[in-house]
Design a binder for this molecule. Structure first.
Ligand code: PMP
Length: 437
């Protein structure tokens, strides 16, 4: 999808060219390159509230929110104040602090299935460590994941993965040894019979099933009613651990994550994004007897020089406190998300386009498809050419969406009703442009 450089992005285009001289593809995470949609990614100079400002002086209403973390909006005054005060006390000690217990306690209060919590630095680290723990605890080797779910880039889970892997239409990554990839079994999301079959054949060898309970990395897909419950019951019957990867859905589809919303107790949970308030934090946790296998309580090794970093803990604590203290916080976010997706879908219909719009809590997804999207196969049927044109028209109008329909969109507390109306109005123009082509 080649796109001519918009005159509005001159400085970004030059910056991108220079970045490519020193950084693979010019970016430190692939989807940021806009490779899926073509064109130049705006280089960001600063952000405040729901706005991004690029180095060419353009302003955008941001629905990416650093891929999920910035649920309060950018540069939240209370978070910034806490961070600046933390900087004054020194940025890292590599020794225990009160902050780590405070964040673990907060997480445990909001996500009670996480009886013990270990902090790491990314979602990737959280899922990688949870898998090692599950294998050690069950003394089994196989892992089941779902096609189109993304859990980070470590070897065991970079198999039929979503997110950038899906956006770029890549096969599984080179560099992952067959010996590791072969321990990962993949099944389609929302098709319980496939999981049942796998368990009937090799249930005794399966250490864990890892799932995004509300997938956001093949675009946003909703679990069918009762599906997650069936997965919970089946894993329990075979003594396999159920790992909820709530790196994206945690503190996002609801305060207590998908597990609170669907009333399911996973054995282990992985968190990231919102838990760090924009600083690099991930966490994994779960049943005490399992988590006590982690070193130094138990024999399963996992460590980190910067894990539990005081700045990261401070951003996380401040963010979680704010989102937890106001009972209207999530209902308000959910209402805004619903009015945005409903508004965009109405505009699409007026212009003669079918759009599958999903939303839950403060997370949403749009597919250019006239078919229901329930799994990766149906997500792939969406029209990516139409999406790309829509995406660029929105960007041109100052609306910053994820540069792929295989990514979710996010709402923040800083988005106003006027921003949402402006976004819907922009979508009307984008659909009109599409209809003219
Ligand atoms: N799990 C899920 C569900 C994710 O969405 C992501 C990242 N988008 C990850 C894990 C990996 O997290 P990180 O990028 O922080 O390593």
């Amino acid at each position: 999808a080649e796109q001519t450089v918009s005159a509005k992005l001159n400085k970004s285009a030059n910056a991108f060219a220079e970045a490519k001289c020193y950084i693979p593809g010019g970016v430190n995470s692939p989807v940021r390159s806009f490779r899926g949609v073509g064109g130049t990614p705006p280089f960001i100079a600063r952000a405040a509230g729901n706005r991004l400002f690029d180095i060419d002086g353009n302003e955008y209403i941001d629905y990416v929110l650093s891929w999920g973390p910035m649920i309060l909006g950018h540069s939240h005054p209370e978070v910034n104040r806490a961070l600046l005060a933390a900087v004054e006390r020194g940025v890292s000690y590599g020794a225990p602090t009160l902050l780590e217990t405070e964040l673990a306690k907060l997480v445990n209060r909001l996500v009670p299935s996480m009886e013990l919590v270990r902090m790491v630095n990314s979602g990737t680290e959280a899922t990688m460590s949870a898998l090692r723990l599950a294998r050690a605890y069950t003394k089994r080797n196989k892992i089941v994941k779902f096609v189109g779910c993304y859990h980070g880039h470590h070897d065991s889970l970079l198999v039929k993965a979503g997110s950038g892997v899906a956006t770029f239409g890549l096969p599984d990554s080179p560099g992952v040894p067959d010996s590791i990839a072969s321990t990962t079994i993949t099944v389609a999301f929302n098709h319980f019979e496939q999981l049942q079959e796998v368990f009937a054949r090799q249930g005794e060898d399966i250490a864990a099933v890892i799932i995004e309970p509300v997938p956001g990395n093949m675009g946003m897909v909703l679990p069918q009613p009762g599906y997650l419950q069936q997965v919970r019951e089946l894993t329990a019957r075979y003594g396999a651990l159920l790992i909820f990867d709530e790196v994206m859905s945690g503190f996002r589809v609801a305060l207590g994550g998908a597990q609170a919303l669907f009333n399911i107790q996973p054995d282990l949970t992985c968190l990231g994004k919102v838990i760090g308030g924009g600083l690099p934090v991930g966490a994994y946790g779960g049943r005490r007897e399992i988590m006590e296998q982690i070193s130094p309580a138990g024999p399963v090794y996992q460590a980190g020089t910067l894990s539990g970093n005081p700045l990261a803990m401070t951003a996380g604590i401040t963010t979680l406190r704010i989102i937890a203290e106001d009972p209207d916080f999530y209902p308000t976010l959910a209402n805004k998300t619903e009015s945005l997706t409903t508004g965009i879908r109405d505009q699409a219909e007026k212009a003669g386009f079918n759009l599958q719009c999903h939303h839950l809590g403060a997370m949403f997804g749009l597919f250019f498809s006239d078919q229901p999207v329930i799994d990766y196969d149906s997500a792939k049927l969406s029209d990516s050419t139409a999406f790309n044109i829509f995406f660029h028209s929105m960007l041109e109008q100052g609306i910053y969406l994820a540069p792929s329909q295989f990514e979710a969109g996010f709402m923040s507390a800083a988005h106003s009703e006027a921003d949402i109306q402006q976004t819907i109005a922009a979508s009307a123009k984008a659909f009109a442009k599409l209809a003219d082509m």
